[in-house]
Design a protein around this ligand. Structure first.
Ligand code: SF4
Length: 425
């Protein structure tokens, strides 16, 4: 693994950028997990190879378990494993044609689960990899379960190796690994009694199972040639919420509550929000933070509210899913208009803000009076970039709409900050 940055103990020991870390204490390193595991010990001998091939050993001493100060050009040399499944509900298969290559990548790598919180299916694990996960205690591990019944899981994932999920999870639990489970609810497949039996069987994992989420299948307009699936209805969503309520540590996504036309539960319901990244509890957390923030400010100020975009008119664009709650929270701010935007890129049934494109925003907003600023959730942009999913840049949208566009992190504090900052073009 080629070293990209050196700091702390590694720098003091004389490790250099550009060298390759070959082994630690005589044990070869294949990826970042090996590095983290092997550098846990107090006394280390690093085998390094310079770009010209010269090898050397460097001794290093640090506090047991502390960071030695090494980062690498690539944490997983050779790239992560890709998935071997052909799930009936795969969202990637439903992407419009002609998008960037990265939108079609199907990764399914336990290392990415540990490093980035991705959910994996366990269908491509060899015995050696399973044993390595147990030995290195890669924890917590996120598992896309969908169904515990082997035949049903095989049918949903169209992979004959998909039947082993629960036994593998049991093996990980016995090795001291904590697990988070995810279920994509597909009516006609894993709903109703099948959902109940999956949730029941998952309980057998005991305390190793931190959380289980149930999220509705996402269906775009690009399903030609794909398996027949119907969207989750109001009744399906209600039944799933009732089923989840019968078991501890099982939460349904915000989208399911909206589909069920039921109130979003209070923030306490989600405890420490173990599956926020799956859209579970995001709305409750936002509402809670917003209201607490507003209340504390109200108590300390003569002005009724803390915000001051100088009372100039401005617009927040979002998906239909979050629009009504946001509108309600912003009632005290008559200068702020919340506009839900329709998704033409993926189709009407996709209503989350994160999948809206620059083109959707342009179509949905071009005839509207937007005021002096337009705010959008930053989740609409590719991670770390100023670009929407359809490759439109934020600056391009701003030019076309004739208004400054500000991406805002999807949390109450960021929105409150954005509303206070004067927006200059
Ligand atoms: S595991 Fe299934 S849903 Fe995930 S990328 Fe692979 S085929 Fe698609």
């Amino acid at each position: 693994m080629v070293i990209a940055h050196v700091s702390g103990h590694a720098r003091r020991a004389g490790v250099r950028v550009g060298e390759t870390l070959v082994s630690v204490n005589g044990k070869p390193v294949a990826d970042i997990l090996d590095v983290r595991y092997l550098t846990y010990e107090k006394n280390l001998t690093l085998e390094l190879r310079a770009p010209d091939g010269d090898a050397r050993l460097v001794a290093l001493r640090h506090n047991e378990g502390s960071d030695v100060g090494l980062s690498f050009e690539n944490d997983i040399p050779g790239g992560g494993q890709t998935c071997q499944n052909n799930c009936v509900f795969c969202f990637i298969d439903q992407n419009p044609p002609g998008c960037r290559e990265s939108l079609y990548v199907k990764d399914d790598d336990a290392r990415l689960s540990f490093l980035q919180g991705n959910y994996i299916t366990l269908t491509n694990l060899t015995e050696r990899e399973t044993e390595r996960i147990c030995r290195l205690r890669i924890s917590p591990l996120g598992v896309s379960v969908h169904a515990t019944d082997p035949a049903l899981r095989i049918r949903m994932m169209r992979n004959k190796k998909a039947g082993e999920c629960l036994s593998l999870m049991r093996r990980f639990a016995e090795a001291g690994i904590f697990l988070n489970a995810q279920i994509v609810l597909c009516p006609g497949y894993n709903d109703a009694d099948n959902l109940l039996s999956t949730l029941r069987e998952l309980q057998t994992l005991g305390e190793a199972l931190i959380s289980t989420s149930v999220v509705p299948v996402g269906l775009t307009k690009y399903r030609e040639g794909l398996a027949t699936l119907r969207p989750v209805t109001r009744e399906d969503a209600r039944r799933a919420i009732e089923a989840a309520a019968r078991f501890p540590n099982v939460w349904c996504s915000d989208e399911l509550y909206l589909r069920a036309e039921l109130a979003i539960p209070p923030a306490e319901f989600y405890r420490d929000f173990p599956q926020l990244e799956n859209g579970v509890g995001m709305l409750a957390l936002f509402r809670d933070e917003w209201e607490n923030d507003a209340n504390s400010k109200r108590a300390n100020t003569v002005r009724p509210y803390k915000y001051s975009i100088n009372d100039r008119p401005c617009t927040i664009a979002t998906g239909f899913a979050a629009a009504s709650m946001l509108t309600e929270l912003l009632i005290p701010f008559p200068n702020v208009t919340v506009v839900p935007v329709r998704n033409h890129f993926f189709g009407d049934s996709v209503d989350v803000a994160g999948l809206l494109t620059g083109g959707d925003l342009l179509t949905g907003l071009q005839d509207k009076a937007l005021g002096e600023a337009l705010m959008i959730p930053s989740t609409m942009l590719r991670r770390g970039e100023d670009v929407f999913l359809d490759d439109m840049k934020v600056s391009e949208l701003s030019d076309k709409l004739g208004v400054p566009v500000t991406p805002v992190e999807p949390n109450a504090e960021a929105l409150s900050r954005a509303l206070r900052i004067p927006h200059e073009r």
